[in-house]
Design a binder for this molecule. Structure first.
Ligand code: FAD
Length: 278
């Protein structure tokens, strides 16, 4: 059994009423694993504003705290302030603060071009009310000028007032350990929770990895390719690989794990249970 560390779960807002009902069941099932919080993503430029709010409303006050994601690119301060005030009035005290990505072709970065500007704005507007989580990239943000610059901007973001970080998903533990070492050398000591993506579907995984700049090690890609459409084998292999990956992260000192649930119970529940973290 692994060392006991906290876990958290990420959802995305669903598009349909049926999807929202299904997510309520997933929420109930995952809540039994005793997570520290659930987070709900937000479409950059406010594209999922109503659906994020409605998902937050479904889960807020139902036991486990809920943390809305909030992005700043293409949004203005007034709209962001409105959301912060609303969340505060609803008793929410944890936010995941992000820059977001605009759809290609859309221009105009807005009043807050980077996540560090959003973190600063949240502190100016809401003081210390919110526990602010920010994004971290052990394998470097895909648009970063260089790894060193990315570390520098991450440190600025933390110094602007972030309390903790959640990483992009990745499968190379050494990338995480090196990232943590580098930020600690730069004087940053906030907890950085590795973002864990269960492997259940090869083509979706490759698509997410390509769009986020995450690297799937060659041996994992090659092995997944041998299974073709055999989803049972993909899931069994994926579970084994991600379980061992989590064990290494925990043994190496990861303070908590943040699971990208993809709005499904089973792959995350199996991992958490086999890690002895439920
Ligand atoms: P930033 O920290 O602003 O960094 C973005 C880039 O700008 C980096 O390359 C950085 O090095 C560079 N940079 C930062 N500051 C400066 C500066 N002052 N000058 C020059 N360059 C700078 N997206 C969504 O739209 N909605 C979500 O809900 C969402 N949830 C996420 C959750 C997690 C855990 C993670 C890891 C990502 C999530 N994303 C989400 C994706 C995220 O919005 C994108 O990865 C986005 O491209 C960067 O966001 P950021 O907050 O890391 O940006």
């Amino acid at each position: 059994m692994s060392k006991q560390i906290p876990i958290s779960f990420e959802f995305f807002p669903t598009k349909t009423d049926a999807g929202a009902e299904k997510l309520k069941t997933v929420h109930q099932e995952l809540q039994l694993l005793n997570p520290e919080f659930f987070s709900v993503t937000y479409g950059a430029g406010g594209s999922t504003r109503e659906r994020t709010l409605s998902t937050i409303n479904d889960f807020n006050g139902k036991g486990t705290p809920v943390a809305p994601h909030l992005s700043c690119i293409g949004d203005d301060k007034a709209r962001i302030a409105e959301l912060l005030d609303l969340y505060k009035s609803q008793g929410i005290d944890r936010i995941v603060a992000l820059r977001g990505d605009l759809p290609s072709g859309q221009v105009g970065l807005g009043e807050l071009p980077y996540a560090q500007d959003l973190v600063r704005f949240i502190r100016e507007h809401s003081g210390d009310h919110f526990h602010i989580e920010v994004a971290a990239y052990p394998e470097m943000h895909p648009q970063a000028e260089s790894f060193d610059k990315d570390i520098q901007h991450f440190v600025e973001k933390v110094n602007a007032g972030a309390n903790a970080a959640l990483t992009q998903f990745f499968f190379n533990p050494d990338a995480y350990f090196y990232f943590v070492e580098r930020i600690q050398q730069a004087g940053v000591n906030i907890p950085v929770a590795p973002g864990i993506m269960p492997i259940t579907n090869a083509s979706n995984l490759i698509r997410f990895a390509d769009s986020t700049g995450a690297e799937i090690p060659r041996w994992i890609r090659k092995q997944l390719a041998t299974y073709g459409d055999d989803t049972a084998s993909i899931k069994a292999f994926g579970h084994e690989v991600v379980l061992k990956f989590c064990e290494r992260l925990i043994a190496g000192g990861a303070p908590s794990l943040h699971f990208y649930t993809m709005n499904n119970t089973e792959p995350t529940r199996q991992l958490v249970t086999d890690l002895g973290l439920a």
